[in-house]
Design a protein around this ligand. Structure first.
Ligand code: HEC
Ligand code: CU
Length: 350
């Protein structure tokens, strides 16, 4: 019987070429193109850079191992391939070489030790980093399926779009976060700013980030938390100090009262909205859903599921499932007139 070996080797070469191509493609993504704002190859803060350095190191070590092992394997496959004359014969049996056995025990142990020490160093550098006095405190609370951000020292509560100041390495102003969960496990992940950290009920996890350049950074809940886990997006706006101060003072202003939308406000206050949402200065003080006091300062609604436009807002109020199936906000069965009035009212929450 003749074995058909060529196609197998060719297939293996193709698969490996494909894997290399994938890695090269991912690495070659331009760092700031709109498609790559979650690019793990473009770290923009100290923890993300440290983790990136470690992963490149681990990839290099394992890459060398891969090349060595694969070369030996390919060599053996070709060199010792079965010949027709070998069929029915056993290959020569070789037993016990202390040198070889020592080598293939000691070298891997050393490699594992090096990887372990390098990793331990990075974990220590990130988790035990001292917190400077100028650090900003933010409490992040994961909800099915949105993010709550509280700034305890500034008295600000917002949702889904986190604003933090850029951190100049000469005068670092990192953001230190406490991560909590209101229901089930979630995971906070902004690839360019830091590693993943889970939000676990009845536990406080911590992480920090010190973004080096202003911009919008995107992320995503990275732990399956229910049907709309995939639409639990994160948007971090890294602001210049002046922009951040302006944002803070805008968030601390009381909600403006606009008499033109009084009808919509009545609908809001007479409906169950107020049990789930807060609007400062009104009877609404619910905490089950996002704080709406400055809803219009956000560019998206429903955790990045839709842009914050009047049409989307109206659609959301009419039927949240149209934007985010399975979201925990009920459709309130409002009349068209009430929907219009309510949307007009929400549009004034700047
Ligand atoms: C049972 C509680 C509940 C009620 C009642 C409720 N909501 Fe919501 N609402 C939520 C939840 C939960 C979310 C977050 C949904 C998500 O993103 O998954 C939400 C999201 C929103 C958002 C988007 C906020 C953002 O920043 O993403 C708006 C606007 C909103 N609700 C307005 C209203 C209005 C107006 C009413 C009354 C007609 C109302 N809600 C009634 C729970 C509720
Ligand atoms: Cu989640």
């Amino acid at each position: 019987m003749r074995f058909e070996r060529k196609p197998v080797t060719r297939r293996a070469v193709e698969i490996i070429a494909f894997l290399f191509w994938c890695v090269a493609l991912a690495a070659a993504q331009p760092a700031r193109s709109p498609l790559s704002s979650t690019n793990i190859f473009a770290p923009a803060s100290t923890p993300a850079k440290t983790i990136f350095g470690l992963s490149v190191f681990v990839l290099a070590v394992t890459g060398v191992i891969f090349v060595v092992v694969f070369t030996l394997l390919a060599y053996s496959v070709v060199k010792f391939r079965g010949k027709a004359a070998d069929i029915g014969r056993e290959p020569p049996q070789v037993y016990g070489s202390t040198q070889i056995e020592l080598a293939w025990t000691v070298i891997p142990v050393l490699i594992v030790a090096v990887l372990f020490l390098a990793t331990a160093r990075v974990i220590h550098a990130i988790q035990d980093a001292p917190k400077p006095a100028a650090a900003l405190d933010v409490t992040v609370i994961g909800h099915q399926f949105w993010w709550e951000f509280r700034y305890p020292k500034l008295g600000i509560v917002t949702a889904n779009e986190l604003h933090i100041p850029v951190s100049d390495p000469a005068h670092p102003t990192p953001t230190f976060m406490k991560l909590l969960s209101a229901d089930t496990d979630h995971s906070f992940w902004i690839p360019e700013l830091g590693g993943k950290t889970d939000l676990i009920p009845n536990r406080v996890n911590e992480m920090w980030m010190d973004p080096h350049r202003p911009g919008i950074y995107l992320g995503q809940c990275a732990q399956y938390c229910g049907v709309q886990h995939a639409k639990m997006l994160l948007r971090v706006s890294v602001d210049t100090p002046a922009d951040f101060d302006a944002w803070v003072s805008a968030q601390r202003r009381a909600a403006t009262e606009d008499t033109k939308v009084i009808a919509g406000k009545h609908v809001f206050e007479a409906t169950a909205c107020i049990n789930c949402h807060t609007v400062n200065g009104t009877v609404a003080n619910g905490r089950f859903g996002p704080d709406l006091t400055h809803l219009m300062s956000r560019s998206t609604i429903a955790s990045g599921a839709a842009e914050n436009t009047p049409a989307n807002l109206r659609l959301w109020l009419q039927n949240p499932d149209a934007i985010k199936v399975g979201s925990l906000m009920p459709a309130m069965q409002l009349s068209d007139a009430d929907l219009d009035a309510l949307t007009a009212y929400l549009e004034t929450l700047r």
